[in-house]
Design a protein around this ligand. Sequence first.
Ligand code: SAM
Length: 282
Amino acid sequence: MNYRHAFHAGNHADVFKHVVLLAMLAALGRKDAPMFVLDTHAGRGRYTLHGSPAQRTGEAEAGIARVIGMQTSSSAIQRYQQAIRACNPDGGLRIYPGSPLLAANAMRAHDRLVCREAQAEEAHALTALFAHDRRVQVQAGDGWAAIRALLPPTPRRGLVLIDPPYEAQLAEFDTALTALAEGLRRWPQGVYALWFPIKRRRDLQRFLRQAALLPAQEILLAELLVRPDDSPLRLNGSGMLLLNPPWQLDAELAPALPDLLQAMGEDGASQRLDWLRREAAS
Ligand SMILES: C[S@@+](CC[C@H](N)C(=O)[O-])C[C@H]1O[C@@H](n2cnc3c(N)ncnc32)[C@H](O)[C@@H]1O
């Protein structure tokens, strides 16, 4: 396993994924009942942007650095900006929080977060980060196996974030679909969010056809492409497949995506927010 998220922390894909993640957590948190969050591919939880791999690649410069100070009327982006600022209390942009830290900061005292991370070094850093947070459990190991081991959870409300590195390229899309089907079988009412890379559009057609057949009540697809999706070699954008999304998530994301595009997009950038399945009554 070679993937190191530190090189990519705060890039356009992280920004998009974390705006969506925080919107989902805020929606779930509107009810008092406790929630359970599973982050199957958690990373180290906290990344230093200066003098680091992230600075060498410049990906955060083209991502979070363009979004943190932007003027926007989107409540989803404002919430995200506040969450990033909370991790940088001195002002500036030195720290980029990963999904576990963003989730933990958004959770209430009675919510639970379980994080799985396969790389020992990353899992170690994540364990240290949450050493004093009893709401959070860090497990070193395989995130895919967590779907079988931990679902259905207690409490029964909540969210599974699946954010694999796609080192196995297209084969990992099949693994993800199998995991989502297994998750839905075990916990049909769970909310599931799968992040996926977009390089060349035509490579995704089979995945999206199969995703639309998953037995969730509702399936929402959000995409943010910072460039045309015509090269198999670059991360041109990314998508989030959202199963059983919280109520009105689409209304929350609709104004956010064009603003993110304006901040981070190049020529040929585009965005998409479509229901792949929608309950008849809604
Ligand atoms: C894209 S990064 C995660 C980023 C994180 N979710 C965030 O948003 O901050 C993917 C992570 O998955 C880890 N990983 C790779 N294979 C895994 C597996 N089978 N189970 C759990 N984690 C895995 C990698 O070490 C890497 O840290």
